[in-house]
Design a protein around this ligand. Structure first.
Ligand SMILES: *[C@@H]1O[C@H](CO)[C@@H](O)[C@H](O)[C@H]1NC(C)=O
Ligand SMILES: *[C@@H]1O[C@H](CO)[C@@H](O)[C@H](O)[C@H]1NC(C)=O
Ligand SMILES: *[C@@H]1O[C@H](CO)[C@@H](O)[C@H](O)[C@H]1NC(C)=O
Ligand SMILES: *[C@@H]1O[C@H](CO)[C@@H](O)[C@H](O)[C@H]1NC(C)=O
Length: 414
């Protein structure tokens, strides 16, 4: 740890001048600032606290270019909302339109339109559904489409797989498809996007391992997410999807292929009605080192890719102390997209439900749900290794184990 910290400290003046946004299940949003203190350590401070984002703000979706923030509300007893806010470059939040939502939204993404930001889709865990809205929101915006899923009987983990539980919505790198990991149904659902109308059409369901409980996904593209061919309709050969499985505590690797109609006859802007994205499972790897079996309460949460490295956070594995959970680092094989386990390191949080790597790749912000803390950890962008704690801050009231309280999301404002 000391060498990593030392080399990071040398970079502090440049690296540390950042803002972060936080949502808390109590009904507050926070704008944080990360700065330096006298001795060179990082300091996190709360710049603004705002009561916005509905009854139980659950997730933050940012359009940094336009300074628009969208907040979903996981409350499910009527009165659930979807809130649009404006964010200025210094992190100041201002509440904009509040639209009605059907309830239970816990994750969302932007999709469609001319720039991939014309609509918002949200996963609704308890209602077993996905809803969409046209943007920008107004107080009278109604949802555009709502799809509710069913299944015959319970899954292999009956207490959690009583019915479908969509846990995320995210687009593929080409922007033509929207995916949803369904924890209850053990499915990755794929929908074709009509970019003009925002309509989603189911075009594929891919089964995970029984009892995997898929939760969130992250993409890797040969040559980096910057690879200019990634937005072409055919995608980049070798595009790989990683899904973190909450129930199995594993990451599954899926190779992606695009089945698009051949021939140049119809080269219109919207996807043909027969196109889809196909997923083929190539690997499953635990979120802990070989031989390490997490306790029964451990449940993987979030997955992120940076460069040729992948990170998956574990909630309640207590690998680094009674209230300190781990994150797994994997190296991505640049030829195949397959994963090899590198190490487990300390997130310095309890129940890291959320984390994000900054664009420079040298800092990771972990959000501990139950600790209700944000921890900034150093990252070596070339080796992918996570280093020491740079700064930490309690944000709002701590949560209680396994309840929908505490800190729900943290993102970098960039
Ligand atoms: C920086 O952080 C370290 C470790 O947390 C601490 O020991 C040290 O006192 C801090 N330095 C300053 C100047 O605050
Ligand atoms: C995917 O499954 C859902 C039910 O869970 C079904 O309504 C839909 O038609 C299926 N899609 C395809 C392409 O099979
Ligand atoms: C983008 O991906 C393609 C296909 O894998 C690869 O041939 C190309 O080298 C990549 N581009 C860059 C800039 O790495
Ligand atoms: C992406 O590509 C552009 C143009 O080649 C380059 O200027 C930029 O630095 C690249 N960004 C990253 C993150 O590699």
């Amino acid at each position: 740890m000391p060498p990593v910290r030392a080399s990071f400290l040398a970079l502090l003046p440049v690296a540390l001048a950042a803002n972060l946004l936080v949502s808390h299940y109590s009904g507050n949003l926070y704008s944080l600032s990360l700065g330096t203190e006298g001795g060179g350590n990082g300091t996190l401070s709360i710049q603004q606290t705002l009561r916005a984002g509905g009854v139980m703000p659950s997730w933050l979706t940012l359009d940094a270019a336009s300074g628009s923030l969208y907040v979903t509300d996981e409350s499910n007893f009527g009165g659930s909302s979807l809130t649009q806010l404006s964010v200025s470059a210094d992190g100041t939040l201002q509440t904009g339109a509040v639209a009605r939502a059907s309830g239970g939204e816990l994750h969302s993404c932007l999709y469609g339109g001319s720039d991939g930001k014309g609509f918002l889709a949200a996963a609704e865990y308890d209602p077993s559904s996905i809803s969409t809205w046209k943007l920008p929101l107004s107080s009278s915006t109604q949802s555009l489409q709502r799809m509710t899923f069913t299944m015959d009987g319970r899954g292999p983990v009956p207490s959690r797989q009583d019915k479908p539980h969509p846990h995320s919505t995210f687009t593929d790198p080409t922007g033509q498809f929207l995916l949803s990991a369904d924890l209850g149904a053990d499915l990755i659902r794929v929908f074709r996007i009509d970019a003009d109308t925002g309509h989603l059409a189911s075009c594929g369901n891919f089964s995970t391992g029984p009892g995997d409980g898929p939760r969130h996904g992250a993409w890797w593209i040969p040559g980096g997410t910057n690879n200019s061919s990634s937005s072409s309709k055919q995608g980049v050969p070798g595009t790989t999807l990683y899904i973190v499985n909450e129930l199995a505590n594993s990451v599954t690797v899926w190779q992606v292929t695009y089945s698009l109609p051949s021939g140049g006859a119809s080269s219109s802007s919207s996807s043909s009605s027969s196109s889809c994205l196909t997923l083929s499972k190539t690997q499953s790897i635990p979120t802990h080192a070989q031989g390490v079996t997490p306790g029964p309460g451990s449940k993987a949460a979030e997955v992120q890719v940076a460069g040729d490295f992948l990170y998956a956070a574990n909630r309640n594995d207590k690998l680094f102390g009674p209230t300190s959970d781990s994150v797994a680092t994997y190296a991505i094989d640049p030829r195949s997209g397959s994963l090899s386990f590198v190490e487990s390191t300390d997130t310095h949080t309890y129940f890291p439900r959320t984390f994000q790597i900054n664009r420079a790749g040298d800092l990771v912000a972990f959000g501990g749900q139950t600790s209700s803390t944000v921890a900034i950890v150093a990252r070596d962008a070339s080796t992918g290794r996570l280093g020491g704690l740079v700064a930490t801050l309690a944000v709002g009231r701590p949560g209680t184990v396994n309840n929908e309280d505490g800190l729900s999301a943290v993102i970098w404002l960039e």
